[in-house]
Design a protein around this ligand. Structure first.
Ligand SMILES: Cc1cc2nc3c(=O)[nH]c(=O)nc-3n(C[C@H](O)[C@H](O)[C@H](O)COP(=O)(O)O)c2cc1C
Length: 348
């Protein structure tokens, strides 16, 4: 199949992934359950410079996939560069899946080497691959030979603090044709605890010889500037800091977005979810987003609790109007004052 043309843009690209130009340095991180077509495409419109799907099982693709598989791989025409992220362990399965997926026109195929859940990493996929740099080398060698699009990978720093083997992993990748390395600066054992190690990301930038995306703990604009200064990375991937806050891609913090603008965006996002999933699923799936949009506001606990149980588009609209009336032009608290994803929303 002929490769789809990438948009060239008017300005010079910020960086290249082999022959794919990237026009911007901030990128929405792949996040299962969040970086679906509706939210990804909206983030793209707000400035996210590449679109990553959530991770998709190579084995599922090889076995023909199910409706959910193809839903995760759906993308909007303007979302380019479009990166399909897959996970697996066996070279043959990954190659077969990637070759099939190439037919669907992604700009890039990315290998997940960061997923820490036992179901994935315990079977040698996701972060489980970090234990075996030689296997990583074989995977990249086979993929770069089999595909015409660039192949990239997203890693953690190692399995645990005793096996920080990111130098070996990155070498195995780039020696075998990887065109970009995205690095979440934590080990598998850390999960999401502790702080991301940006020194290690800087080290990888020094040695990789291909663009590096730094990732981990960027939640406000000051963090963006600090990460660029600290690591020299080509771009920054933003995960949790972008949930309920696509304005981070415009270099704006949560407290800089007045509620009417946020409400208009929520309406838009919800509508796009209804179009993509149908109203019945959208109302359920949107609940987790709502909790994040409303993060950091005070005096709305009653409406918040109703909003996270919303069961129809009509009810959503009524509650959103009530929130607009209550909050007027107010803004959320500062980012650091707001709770993390894993905690119950407080102060609401
Ligand atoms: C809910 C959730 C789902 C995630 N799913 C994926 C995924 O599918 N693929 C992947 O490479 N990383 C995934 N990650 C990891 C993020 O891409 C990112 O590496 C991590 O959240 C650290 O960045 P942050 O501090 O900006 O959130 C996920 C993270 C979260 C919070």
């Amino acid at each position: 199949m002929e490769r789809p043309r990438e948009p060239q843009g008017e300005a010079a690209p910020a960086f290249w992934v082999r022959d794919v130009p990237v026009h911007g340095r901030l990128i929405l991180a792949p996040m299962a359950g969040f970086s679906d077509l509706p939210y990804r495409s909206l983030c793209h419109e707000h400035g996210s410079a590449m679109s990553y799907t959530e991770f998709v099982s190579a084995q599922a693709v090889v076995h023909g996939g199910n409706p959910r598989t193809w839903e995760m791989l759906a993308y909007a025409p303007h979302e380019r560069p479009m990166v399909f992220q897959i996970f697996g362990h066996a070279v043959e399965t990954l190659v077969e899946a990637a070759v099939r997926l190439e037919e669907r026109g992604p700009s890039i195929i990315d290998i997940n080497m960061g997923c820490s859940t036992r179901k994935v990493s315990g079977r040698g996929a996701g972060a489980g691959l970090l234990k075996d740099p030689a296997q990583i080398g074989r995977i990249f060698r086979a993929l770069t030979r089999a595909l015409s699009v660039p192949v990239t990978g997203k890693i953690r720093l190692g399995w645990d603090a005793q096996s920080l083997n990111y130098r070996d992993v990155v070498k195995a990748m780039v020696d075998n044709g990887a065109a970009l390395v995205a690095v979440h600066g934590r080990t598998k054992a850390q999960g999401y605890s502790g702080r991301a190690n940006w020194d290690a990301i800087a080290e990888i930038v020094e040695m990789a010889g291909v663009p590096v995306l730094g990732n981990g703990d960027v939640v406000q604009v000051a963090d963006i500037h600090r990460m660029f200064a600290h690591t020299g990375c080509a771009g920054i991937m933003i995960g949790r800091g972008a949930i309920g806050h696509p304005w981070i891609f415009q270099y704006r913090d949560r407290h800089q977005v007045p509620f009417p603008e946020k409400a208009a965006f929520m309406r838009h996002h919800f509508r796009r979810m209804c179009q993509f999933y149908g109203e019945r699923r959208a109302v359920i799936l949107f609940r987790k987003h709502v909790a994040r949009y409303l993060k950091g506001y005070t005096g709305i606990r009653d409406l918040f609790l109703q909003m996270v149980q919303v069961d129809s588009a009509h009810r959503f609209e009524l509650l959103l109007r009530a929130l607009e009336a209550r909050l007027g032009a107010s803004t959320a608290l500062g980012d650091r004052a707001a709770p993390e994803l894993t905690q119950a929303p407080s102060g609401l």
